[in-house]
Design a protein around this ligand. Structure first.
Ligand code: G3P
Ligand code: MG
Length: 261
């Protein structure tokens, strides 16, 4: 395994965060993908969470099973036992055949084993925003490995973020945007979010500067080119989510120092 810099004192997300684990190298949101990100040198990973029909928190992106498993139909229509019997790796390649859909608790066990931090995105199925926010935050609050940096909760859903904040007020939260709305400051402040996460493509240097000057951390998804990451860091972006941690981490000179303003 590639040696990684010890990070016990680093309580905040580092510049490079593996997206859905290391999505460019392994099936997204699986334990294999989280392990791959660590192997490639990432100190933190991002993954998505939602609920099974029987209210267990799983690591999964889409509302439907078709794209990344051999199952069909809505995730919210299946119990945990049915979801964990699916193959979430074979679609990606034979090397990953039989890789299961993990629970949040199973992902946390791997984070603990590898000493990885995480951005835990709440990705609720439609209509389950509040209960998903509450249940994800409850697990993070009660069971997060105490020797890891605190998890950062993120979501596109204001309802999920509000519920997570009510349940675990001590955990940092970030609001996700595909396109940053004009009232971003009011929305973040109203929810008590410490950071804004946005699609890199839609960010301008002026917008980045306003967000940073307002005192929020700014992180961008999904950035797979090191030159682009460099530009964003120059604008004040503190972290990028990447499918290829290896590509960005090879750019040591720029990424070794943590950015602060
Ligand atoms: O959390 C950042 C990023 O993952 C948000 O977009 O669709 O990849 O979950 P998505
Ligand atoms: Mg995500």
């Amino acid at each position: 395994m590639i040696p990684r810099r010890a990070s016990f004192a680093d309580l905040e997300a580092p510049p490079v965060i593996g997206h859905r684990g290391a999505r460019g190298h392994a099936p997204e949101n699986t334990l294999a993908s989280i392990r791959k990100a660590a192997e490639l040198g990432a100190l933190w990973v991002e993954f998505d969470t939602k609920l099974s029909r029987d209210c267990e928190v799983i690591v999964y992106h889409d509302d439907d099973l078709r794209r990344t498993t051999d199952g069909r139909g809505p995730v919210a229509g299946k119990d945990l036992a049915e979801l964990q019997a699916l193959d979430a790796g074979g679609w990606y390649g034979n090397a990953f055949l039989g890789e299961p859909v993990p629970t949040l608790r199973q992902a946390m066990a791997v984070l603990a084993e590898l000493v990885l931090g995480a951005v835990v995105e709440i990705k609720p199925s439609a209509g389950r925003e509040t209960e998903t926010g509450r249940l994800v935050a409850a697990i993070l609050q009660e069971e997060w490995p105490p020797f890891l940096p605190p998890p950062l909760i993120s979501s596109f859903s204001a309802e999920a973020l509000a519920a997570a904040g009510d349940t675990a007020p001590g955990l940092p939260r970030a609001m996700n945007f595909l396109k940053i709305p004009a009232d971003w400051n009011m929305r973040l402040s109203g929810l008590g979010c410490a950071a804004l996460h946005c699609r890199a493509r839609k960010l301008t240097p002026q917008m980045a500067s306003s967000i940073c000057r307002a005192g929020f951390r700014l992180r961008c998804f999904t950035v797979n080119k090191k030159a682009r990451a460099e530009t964003l860091f120059g604008w004040g972006v503190s972290s990028v989510f990447t499918d290829y941690p290896d590509r960005l981490l090879s750019f040591r000179s720029a990424l070794d120092s943590r950015r602060r303003w």
